[in-house]
Design a protein around this ligand. Structure first.
Ligand SMILES: O=C(O)CCC(=O)C(=O)O
Ligand SMILES: [Fe+2]
Length: 335
């Protein structure tokens, strides 16, 4: 029997995720980002060296070796330095972030947006829930009080659970891609196919039932078909698209190389982003192309203005602007 193969969009709707191979050109899109981050690492090394926190700037080392050395000597991960987002609490006027032109170029990549358009239509807004995740091999990382690596696997969650209730009707999708190849041993995404059909599941703060070592807000494993999870290894240039209600996490990096990914989100323009304190922008508009943001300097400015505003609120346990929708004490969270 001959069956027609499913289209990109059909596969997404059926499984809650789909992978498109070779969307981002390694030489013109990804390498410039890596080059840009060399400068960021340089800045981090200088700052730490000047404040006496590391013994050398390690200028002769490769990016990976240098990052690992810095994490080892300081005993901590410095992800905020590289991220194009801000913390929710205790932001300061000088909290580091990176919103550079090569990064912006990926956000507005036409091939990426063509795929996004197939899933959510032609009026596309860049939702500000976005992160870079640079994870060195766990065997080289310092550990926390529980003996866990300072940056590791991502716990089970749905991205719908990461935004506030105002975005409950928002058709947000996640796009995930890596700057380097991500084979299984490097800790790629791990998804539960079809789990997007069961609606929003309860996320528990610091739930220990999935294993006491897994910190942070997560979905208890008994609420979904945990044993059906599959890893999604990727090559650089591939992009994974996730439905906002797909249950996913990531594996630990037990390999020899750095695991380095971007996750960006998009929703139809006009719908609530679920993270009102942070700035999004129109990435594509067929009806009003003039509304598209194409200036990386303006994008950087938006984040820097946001930092100034955040430095006056959500300090020392206050939350004038809440970022989380979850409260403690839900019966699903009992062990
Ligand atoms: O890359 C990871 O570890 C997790 C990414 C993720 O949860 C996402 O892209 O939504
Ligand atoms: Fe996620």
């Amino acid at each position: 029997m001959v069956t027609a193969s499913k289209t990109f969009t059909e596969e997404f709707l059926e499984n809650g995720f789909v992978i498109a191979e070779g969307v981002l050109d390694p030489e013109t899109v990804l390498d410039p980002i890596i080059n840009e981050y060399h400068g960021v690492l340089d800045r981090l090394a200088s700052e730490l060296y000047e404040t006496g926190k590391i013994s050398s700037k390690f200028e002769s080392l490769s990016f990976d070796e240098r990052l690992i050395k810095i994490y080892q000597e300081t005993g901590q991960a410095h992800n905020q330095y590289f991220d194009f987002s801000l913390p929710f609490q205790d932001v300061k006027e000088d909290t580091p972030f990176w919103a550079g032109p090569a990064v912006f170029n990926a956000f507005t990549n036409e091939k990426l947006l063509d795929r996004v358009e197939q899933l959510i239509g032609p009026e596309i807004y860049s939702n500000p829930v976005q992160h870079v995740r640079i994870k060195p091999p766990e065997k080289h990382l310092p550990t926390d009080d529980l003996g866990m690596p300072v940056i590791g696997a991502t716990v089970w969650h749905q991205d719908h659970g990461v935004v506030t209730e105002e975005a409950d009707e928002t058709n947000m999708i996640t796009t995930w891609f890596s700057l380097t190849d991500t084979p299984v041993e490097s800790g790629p995404l791990r998804v539960v196919p079809g789990s997007h059909r069961d609606g929003l599941l309860t996320h528990c703060n610091d739930y220990e039932g999935n294993g006491p070592e897994f910190k942070g807000r997560q979905i208890p494993e008994r609420l979904f078909e945990n044993d059906e999870a599959v890893p999604l290894p990727t090559r650089r240039g591939d992009v994974v698209f996730l439905h906002r209600q797909l249950v996913h996490g990531s594996l630990p990096n037990v390999g020899d190389n750095i695991r380095w990914s971007f996750d960006l989100r998009y929703n139809p323009t006009g719908q609530n982003t679920g993270r009102k304190a942070f700035p999004g922008f129109v990435a594509r508009s067929r009806t009003n192309p003039d509304s598209e943001l194409r200036d990386p300097v303006k994008w950087h400015q938006m984040w820097s203005d946001t930092r100034t505003r955040m430095a006056r609120i959500n300090q020392a346990g206050t939350d004038e602007i809440p970022f989380s929708r979850w409260e403690d004490g839900h019966p699903d969270c009992e062990m």
